[in-house]
Design a protein around this ligand. Structure first.
Ligand code: NI
Length: 181
């Protein structure tokens, strides 16, 4: 098990547009190792999504794992551990909903972000096979948050009302809503 250090906002790697992975790279031992480390890191920090740039690798790779049932995030649609390589996204319904987002790279803060709630994602899995997935609701928001990391964007860039940026303690004291990390 190897937990990687997570880069915090201010590190320029988080602001780069990450490069696509070549299919040959997916078969390399380095890729398997990075993926294992990312899963270990996600579990260690108790997050539900992690993008490779957050561990200093500027490549288009992200993982998401959403526990089902009642959790400290509220009642969620579960998503098993899913690996997204070179994902593309298409918004199927522009109607938005907002969640209080958090980010392992922006520790201690929560912010309210509205995003489209029905998207289609085309991507490669860890074996390099083409996959597609339609996501709705919370999981659509989680994916868009991770996808943004691949383009050098953080959730704070998506906020339209900066009065809805809060420290976690104050969030728990004064806000009642779903949040993600
Ligand atoms: Ni994040």
């Amino acid at each position: 098990m190897a937990v990687r250090q997570i880069l915090n906002m201010g590190n320029p790697v988080l602001r780069q547009v990450a490069r696509p992975l070549a299919s040959a790279e997916l078969a390399s031992p380095g890729f398997a190792l990075l993926l294992r480390d990312m899963v270990d890191t996600l579990h260690e920090y108790g997050g539900i999504g992690l993008a490779a740039p957050q561990v200093g690798e500027s490549i288009r790779l992200a993982i998401i794992e959403i526990p089902g049932g009642p959790t400290r995030y509220g009642e969620l649609d579960p998503m098993p551990l899913t690996v997204f390589v070179n994902p593309t996204i298409r918004v199927l319904d522009a109607n938005t909903a907002g969640y209080w987002e958090g980010c392992l790279s922006v520790p201690g803060l929560r912010g309210f972000v509205e995003r489209p709630q029905h998207v289609r994602i085309d991507y490669l899995n860890a074996a390099g096979e083409s996959q597609s997935l339609e996501l709705q609701g919370f999981s659509a928001t989680v994916f868009q948050h991770e996808f943004d990391h691949l383009d050098g964007k953080l959730f704070v860039d998506r906020m339209t009302d900066m009065s809805l940026l809060s420290f976690e303690r104050e969030f728990e004291e004064f806000q009642q809503a779903t949040f993600i990390e």
